[in-house]
Design a binder for this molecule. Sequence first.
Ligand SMILES: Nc1ncnc2c1ncn2[C@@H]1O[C@H](COP(=O)(O)OP(=O)(O)OP(=O)(O)O)[C@@H](O)[C@H]1O
Ligand SMILES: [Mg+2]
Length: 577
Amino acid sequence: MAIIGIDLGTTNSAIAYLKGEKPEIIPNIEGGRTTPSVFQMSPNNEMVIGQNAKSSMPGFPDRTITEVKRLMGSDETVMVAGQEYRPETVSAHILKYLKESAEEYLGEAITEAVITVPAYFSDSQRKATQKAGEIAGLKVERIINEPTAAAIAYGLENMDKNQHILVYDLGGGTFDVSVVEIFEGVVEVKASAGDNSLGGVDFDNTLADWIIQNFKQQEGIDLLDFGSAVEINQRRAKIKLEAENIKKNLSSQTNVNINIPFIAVYDNAPISVNLNITRDEFEDLIRKMAMKTLTEVDKALEDSNLNIDEINEVLLVGGSTRIPLIQKLVEEKFGKKAKKDINPDEAVALGAAVQAGIKSGQIDTTKGIMVIDVCPYTLGTEVVKNIGGQIVPGFFDPIIPRNSTIPVSEKKIYYTADDNQTSVDINVFQGDSQYADQNIFLSNVMLEGIPSAPMGQEPIEVKFSYDINGTLQVEATIVSTGKRASSVVKTKAGTMSEQEVKLAKSQVEKDYQQSELYKEVKSVITRGERMLKSAEGLEKEKLASLLQNIKFALEKNDRELVRKYEEELTDLLIELV
Ligand SMILES: Nc1ncnc2c1ncn2[C@@H]1O[C@H](COP(=O)(O)OP(=O)(O)OP(=O)(O)O)[C@@H](O)[C@H]1O
Ligand SMILES: [Mg+2]
């Protein structure tokens, strides 16, 4: 059974598998090589995922979810057609669609996957991704970093060269940069840095704001300031979708017309947007964000202890690297042309498929490729410090320094801070500030039963273990007694319990069944609705009531009832023609 590789992107996802020795993209059910990561519940409760959901988004903004990856690892939920969803559940729907696409294409059941995440994803974001896979019915064999996956795809083609490459991955929602050494078939990440909320959608939002501002200046009308809330949402969605198109066009043209016909009715007259933007103007809008990526590049370079001229190749990954300004800034920085011969939309999924092949044994690691990755952030605990005889709390003490090769396990000994202290609460943080509260709080481990002793006498050993999937386990031991407390880091937000996963699974299953049931009777309903327009009198009444009944049965997800009304509806339609 194949293990597939999945690139679960903020804006686009892709799937791949290993065909023989080479990874290949699996097209989705509609034939697309990538799938927009968009989830929609139509007014008939039909689930729509991918391009169709994206295109019809402006019509149903309250039924469509985009960019859910940005919420992964948080407790923020989204509403779709009055139903509440956790981000993991929405992602699960997208993963389920990808899984089915793979099953259809490969003609076999798919139950295992390697899923990629941004290198800079935190512990809770990784765990949320794993849960999403589980909810979708996939055993997540490995979580791997997106730039690492891209480096693997590149490495597979360039095994004979020993070199340092820098992967610059600017996608729809995130930016990652990794410095990677490739030698003798080993792909070794030296350092990663990045920004989890910087990507193409931020350019879209900025451009959408620009359109709204400029329209206001030109026409004196604020497009977000009249009509109902639903209308405003629809308008905003339309402008954003258009902004993305304009942005893409600006990658190949230096001047683009912005035409959005009949965007609204204002003072009883239809209004349209008619503006023009130059590439220069667009570049000014995104320059600050583009420069931010270079700061991260510097950080990764510094952590890898390599100079710019020791980087042999710069690999551009992610759709946003098609932007000329991005290419220019990167190429100027490195003083050389970037490599564009790998497909920026597909490289990550291809690399994930290779990793899946390594996992399944399809790729012989003794002869072939081996992957070594790092933990991109510093992990540590909160400690008190004795400053001039005064105990000051709130300091951060690193245990695993950022860019340590993984898996990694580090221990440190701490001492009690008070006389007769019997318990210690170990707070776990991620970040690089010397102050704990300026870093990201991950979790805490409580250790009790410390023997009474003067302060500073009882040693406590704290052990951090960070595994190859990027998840952290913390263990604390009272050295004198051997008593131990441990926990797989449960982040304050975002980690679903087994019970919640089970519930989410049934929610996904219910949505799915309901949608499938609708699809079975969709053509009859469509014909019925068409017929309704021309029918008259008693027949019209009969038809309308049957349509209402079948929709009600669909709403209740009652297959038998749906089938019954479908039959009646079919009979009536035959009578009517
Ligand atoms: N020609 C182009 N010019 C500018 N931007 C483009 C172009 N083509 C695609 N993009 C942008 O690239 C982004 C999608 O890239 P990609 O599919 O690599 O991201 P993703 O995998 O969804 O996101 P992430 O990896 O950040 O989670 C979108 O924002 C899209 O608008
Ligand atoms: Mg991506």
